[in-house]
Design a protein around this ligand. Sequence first.
Ligand code: MN
Length: 713
Amino acid sequence: MNVKTLPVQDEIFRISHLSDLLEEYLEPDQVQDVYKAYLFGAEAHDGQHRVSGEPYITHPLAVAKILADMRMDYQGIIAAILHDVIEDTPTAKEQIEKEFSKEVAELVDGVSKITLMDFGSKAEAQAENFRKMMLAMVKDIRVIMIKLADRLHNMRTLGVMRPEKRRRIARETLEIYAPIANRLGMNKVRLELEDLGLQAHYPQRYRVLKEAVIKSRGNRKEILNTIETSIKRRLRQEELKGDVAGREKHLYSIYTKMVSKRLSFREVFDMYAFRVVVNSVDECYRVLGVMHSLYKPVPGKFKDYIAIPKANGYQSLHTVLFGPYGVPIEIQIRSRDMDGVAESGVAAHWLYKSGDNNSSTSLRAREWLRTLLELQKNAGDSLEFIENVKIDLFPDEVYVFTPLGEIMEMPRGATVVDFAYAVHSDVGNTCVAARVDRRLMPLRSQLYNGQTVEIITANGAHPNPSWLNFIVTAKARTNVRYYLKHLRRDEAVELGKRMLDKSLRGLDSTLSDVDDDQMSELLEVNHLADVDALFEDIGMGGRLSLLVARQLLDSYDETVGDKAKSHSLVIKGTEGMVVSFAKCCHPIPGDPVVGFVSTGRGIVVHTQGCNNIADYRKLADKWIDVEWSHEVEGDFVAEMRVDVANQRGVLATLAAIISDMDSNIENVDIEERDGMTHSINFTLTVKNRDHLAGIIRRARSVKSVMRISRKKN
Ligand code: MN
């Protein structure tokens, strides 16, 4: 763990060493399980070697040791030993589950998934998204801890790799893994990753910096001692018990400070830093007061990270003082608990609560989060703080790749169509399907972290109103609505034309029989600009086609009305926005239906038995006869009510049947009828009456279903 105690290259870490370490904090049977994992792993990796020539199993053992130093629980240790078997050997996840546990199998699987994510050549600008994506993919924080330990060991043994590979891994470590360790507050791991990363990425700069540090260390020793002695003496006088230690800045932070602030080594390094660790928060503030009276504080440099902790939970008081000979002294003051978190972050909960076998790990991660939230509560309203923690551990976003490897951030629940619009509105408008991880997927498919999404577009394809049912992003919604608004007019014109023709046919004429003079006269009388305006008006329900037809033929013979009714308007289901289906009775193909011409909304189709149509009957001329086309297309909404005996699991069984029957559940409502029975109301999509009847038939065979019926108002 510590830079200074790197394992000697030729000394291989063995299972016996690990067992010794584990016996300090695990139960004997748990250590036995770990040993079993070792045998399993050694056999799986049998014959494989590391680039250095050592048997492969030495690597997972070393990773397990890093975690054992953090007092990782035994499932985590087992998963660490097995962390490469899914990826590098024929072993399947199921086998691990059988031999060990589901928990271990999930952990190993999680690590493998992260390993498969290839940061590769991606631009630095993508690093932040990549880190988020990695954290978003992880359901169990131990997966990240194992991955960090894995990377740490690989960095420690990087020397054997070829230079360009070394640099690539080092860059990835600095851009991805060290910041993740930092985000989780695992400071010790972070510092070592940074140090090793700098060394491997910029060997020359690393050497120069290191020499400079060693050289100035000699010159500084005397001053350091002087300051340390006076701090300790003063604390004793005030009867404050605390550990005082000099700190040296780490090479990587010196390096980044020099680069980002364009400072010389001297300017960055010319600072004497101390840490005072005390027992309580109260003492922290008292020590601060004492320090400010010992040396004069530099104005504007005091930071209270106890009241307002950093995003990863770090707490401390920071201040800078004018020391003797005018040297600046930086002091960090914190309690022992804070010191634990400052070093190990989320891992602190394993480190300090190792005896507690009951608490599951996710519980501990949650506890860590809870601690953070509590700190936040005490800290007042620092929204950004909560947001930072939440985004990383319980993300509301998913991260997916474009075929070119760019990472796109989408809200949780986003679908293929949302993604298409995020790429470009033209792509969204013409998308027809997608390849998700090279598999063909429908447009409504939801996206998950780490998927690569390629949108398939087609010339002439256009947005569908039904997309509004599943898209979640504002961009997709706005675009679809905009398109539909314009489309609506075209559709209305098309429908209006059909309706007028139908009415004319009812009067033994057709639209093509109408001559130009008749038409222009009608347009003039009605103050309409052109024939499309007339059709649109009819299609939108602003004008009745039958009346227009009569006007055109100049025929007001009363008997024609009945005749016209024998010609029904045929509904294909593809009319778009100008034909809609009533929400009260949910007509589906096969139902006897009737259409109501509603001003501004086009035709609303009701079932003939619908209660609502009684009122409308008074407006007889607003009703038109409609019938289903033989080639009716699309999904229609129907409601089904199922009365069930109070039994758990029945909902899942019914849902499975419905989806098995190729129907989608749009909504489910459960009402308690009495203590024993419940009514479940499903809103489903079906093709037609036969389809619905099939679903009802199968649902009826479920044991606890007592009654089932299609629901109409
Ligand atoms: Mn590994």
